[in-house]
Design a protein around this ligand. Structure first.
Ligand code: HEC
Length: 213
């Protein structure tokens, strides 16, 4: 191999480097891809009316609480939302179990305690021997995303993303009783940007209700 040939090869190599670099510079200029400030994907949350801090707060503090909305919730709107549930649930006293259990007296009823219904082992475990009741906080969390709240539940329902829908349906579920359960105390109004707000309002969830009966 003589030096002329070596020169040709070096030249060819440099030429390739030059072309590759030019392409990368030009494509950088064309396909401007700014580096995001935070790593990861931006996930759009459905129900855009809760933007403005709400979505961020949700990630850290669990479901947006329905407690502050319940007093003014719309029972008729809840009745309409219940159409999504009615394929699987009845709500009247002594009503039949369908795919899901009858929901008479569901507010503050011990979890997985409906008569004659064959609950999943996940929901039965969640009930800790019927010591956990369906208070407003648990209903809120479960109805937001059943499968995330009780992993392995057999309730095949995606959930109600809008906090208004959940407040309205729970206000309607509350009417499935001869004496509707008391509304939650409104003391703890949610401060969307306060990291502890979710806990403050949803907090009393795990208290056993044994003393009630
Ligand atoms: C596709 C059928 C289906 C739909 C739709 C459905 N559910 Fe359910 N639901 C079930 C089943 C099945 C269970 C029992 C879950 C288990 O055992 O894990 C259940 C359980 C429940 C429980 C717990 C009952 C208990 O006794 O512990 C509540 C509360 C509930 N559903 C409310 C609702 C509401 C409110 C809706 C509508 C927004 C709804 N469900 C929609 C099937 C359904």
């Amino acid at each position: 191999m003589d030096s002329f040939e070596l020169n040709k090869m070096a030249g060819a190599f440099l030429g390739v480097v030059f072309v590759v670099m030019s392409i990368s510079i030009v494509s950088d200029a064309i396909f401007d891809s700014p580096v995001p400030e935070k790593a990861g994907y931006a996930i759009e949350v459905e129900g855009g009316d809760t933007h403005g801090g709400g979505a961020e707060a949700k990630a850290d503090t669990g479901p947006e609480p329905i407690a502050p909305l319940l007093a003014s919730a719309d029972v008729d709107a809840g009745r309409k939302v219940f159409k999504k549930c009615a394929a699987c649930h009845t709500g009247d006293e002594g009503g039949a179990n369908k795919v899901g259990p009858n929901l008479w007296n569901i507010v503050n009823r011990p979890v997985a305690s409906g008569d004659g219904f064959n609950y999943s082992s996940s929901l039965s475990e969640f009930s800790s021997g019927n010591s956990v009741v369906w208070d407003y906080a648990h209903l809120n969390g479960f109805l937001l995303k059943p499968k995330a709240y009780v992993k392995g539940t057999s309730m095949g329902f995606a959930g109600l993303k809008k906090v208004e829908d959940r407040a309205n349906i729970v206000a309607y579920l509350r009417t499935f009783a001869s004496t509707p359960a008391a509304l939650p105390a409104a003391e703890a109004a949610p401060a969307a940007d306060d990291a502890s707000a979710g806990e403050a309002t949803d907090g009393h969830a795990e208290k056993p209700a044994a003393s009630q009966d």
